[in-house]
Design a binder for this molecule. Structure first.
Ligand code: ADP
Length: 192
């Protein structure tokens, strides 16, 4: 007899997915790690009031870098981009909060750091597109795809139904158990 799948562990993530709680994947790229900017980047999101739900230092393998940036495959800079992202450890982060995807893009600033406004991460800390310190998901859908774990419960059932081919791209940077559900003690001081 088969043990029924224990989906209760993943229910908060499923609820988050269904309620469309915004989450975004933020990554300090290898230049940011090498330049000692990890704390600075984390600090800007913490101070803004978003909630950190995942954090790790990670050496990105080539196939993951290519999957993450697959929409840019045809660009002339794609090989250099893959080399850059895999050239040293990155810091992977998941941040949650209403409107976090668009707000994070504003905090990060324009892709070209020379065009990025002062006060943004790239505007303050970088000078070149090919070394722009940080990544942030460009849409809520990509936030879910890059963090992925919102789909844990669904993944289980897709596997059971032998539909796993359909869902292989749904979890890029975090594995089961790496996303943490918690309630910040200051929550009532951030939202009325
Ligand atoms: P963003 O990171 O702001 O969402 P894109 O999705 O357009 O920007 O590009 C992804 C990443 O690819 C950029 O952050 C940058 O590291 C790299 N990139 C984009 N355009 C160029 C370019 N013209 N030359 C070198 N690298 C680039």
């Amino acid at each position: 007899s088969k043990t029924p799948p224990k989906i209760h562990i993943f229910l908060p993530r499923l609820v988050a997915a269904l309620e469309e709680v915004d989450e975004t994947y933020i990554m300090v790229k290898p230049d940011g790690v090498q330049r000692g900017l990890v704390g600075e980047v984390i600090s800007r999101f913490e101070k803004k009031g978003f909630k950190l739900t995942g954090l790790k230092l990670f050496q990105c393998p080539r196939d993951l870098a290519e999957e993450h940036y697959k929409d840019l495959k045809a660009k002339p800079f794609f090989p250099k981009l893959i080399k850059y992202i895999t050239s040293g450890p990155v810091v992977c982060m998941a941040w949650e909060g209403v409107g976090v995807v668009a707000s994070a893009r504003k905090l990060i600033g324009a892709t070209d750091p020379l065009q990025a406004e002062p006060g943004t991460i790239r505007g303050d800390l970088a000078v070149q597109t090919g070394r722009n310190v940080v990544h942030g998901s460009d849409s809520p859908e990509n936030g879910k795809r890059e963090i992925g774990k919102a789909f844990d419960a669904l993944l289980r059932y897709y596997h059971l139904l032998n539909l796993s081919d359909m869902i292989t791209n749904l979890a890029l940077w975090f594995k089961e158990g790496e996303i943490c559900e918690w309630t910040p003690a200051v929550a009532q001081w951030l939202r009325e």
